[in-house]
Design a protein around this ligand. Sequence first.
Ligand SMILES: [Zn+2]
Length: 397
Amino acid sequence: MIKENAIKIMNLGFVCDHCLGRQFAKLLSGYSNDQRGEIVRRLLAMEYEAKPFKLDTSNFHGFTFRRKMKTRKPGICVVCKNLFEELPKFADQAAKILKKMDSKSFMVGVKMNDALAMAEESLWEKSGIAYCEPIKSELNRELGKLVEKKTGKIPDENRPEIIVLLDLQNKQIETLINPVYVYGEYRKLVRGIPQTKMKGHETVEDIIAKPLMKTTRASSHTMHACGREDRQAKCLAWRPFVLEINQPLKRRINLKIIEREINRGKMVKVRNLRYSSRKEIVEIKRKKVEKVYRLRVNFENPVRDIQRVGKIVGVVKQKTPRRLLKSKPDKLRHKKVKSIKWKKINTKIYEFEVRTESGLYINELVSGDKRRTKPSISEILENPGELKQFDVVKIFV
Ligand SMILES: [Zn+2]
C-alpha cells in the first residue's frame, strides 16, 4: 500500500522528502514529514535495487547502489518547487521584524498560491488522501518552528500578539500586529466634549488615547464605551470603556504611569486601567445598564403640583426622536423610568434626578417631542419644559 502509493507519487517526477513524507503524515507520530519521506525513499531504493521497476529515477539520485544503476539528476520538486528550502530565508525575514517589537507570542499563517494548490490537488488524484496532511499545515508548522528557534518567542494559536503571514502569491513575509486592549473607567467633568470620534473636536477618546498612542507608537485607536454619551452632558459617574490600540510597536507599558498622565488633565479622569481583550468589548457593548441622570429643566410657566411628575415612573413609549430620524429608522421603544426626584430652583426652574433603563432619550423625556414620547414631563405637568443641561451621575454596572 505504502510502496504502491510512493511509486505513483515518484512517477510524477522528482518529489522532495517533505512532499513525499507528507502523503504518509498520519502514520507514526514523532517524525517530521521529511523524515517520513526519507524512510520511504530509502525503503523504495532498496526494493528498486532488488528488482527494478518503472520510476522516475531522479528520486534515487545520491544513493549508492551495490549494483551498477543509473539515476537521473533531480530537478526541483514537482509539488512544492523546493519551497521548503526557502523557509529559513522567510524565517529570517520574520525574525528581523519580530525582534524590533516587544511582543512575546506569535502565530504563523500561510497564504497559498494557485499553482501550489493545484500541484497538491493533482498529486492527491494520483496517490489518494488516506494518510496525507495538507501542505499548508506543514508549511505553517515548519515555519513556526524556525521562527520560534530564531526569536525565542512563543507560538500561540489562540491569542498571538503578532501574526507572521507567508504570502506565497507574492513570495514575501507580512506581519499583522494584533491590537492591544486597555480597559478603564472615565469621568467627563466638562460639557461640550464628544465621547468618540468627531472631526475637528477633541474627544474623550482622544484625551485618553493620547499618552497611550505615544507610548505604544500605534497607528490608530477606537474606543468602545459602556453606553453612548451626549456631548453636552457631563459624566460624573465612572463609565467603563475598552480602548483598542491598533498596530502597536510596543505593547508592554506601565498603565499606572499612563493613568497619572491622563489625570493631569482637568477635563477627563480615568481609573482602574488594565489590559483587556476583544471579548470584553463585546461584554461592555452588550451590557444594558441603568443610569441616573440629573436634569435641569426650564418651564414656560410657573410649575404647579410638582408631585404629579411622579407619574412618569413606569413604561415610557418612545418613538425615534425627530432630531435623529435622518440617521436612524423610525422605531417605537418601551423604556422604563425607575424613579424620579426633584428639587425646586425657582418657580420655573427645577432639577430632577431620574433613574432609567439604558437607551432612553432624555431630551424627549422632558419635551415629549410632539407627543412622540409618551408620557413626558412636559405633558404630565401641562407645562412645556426645555432641558437646559444634564449629567450622568450614576451608572449601575
Ligand atoms: Zn516538495
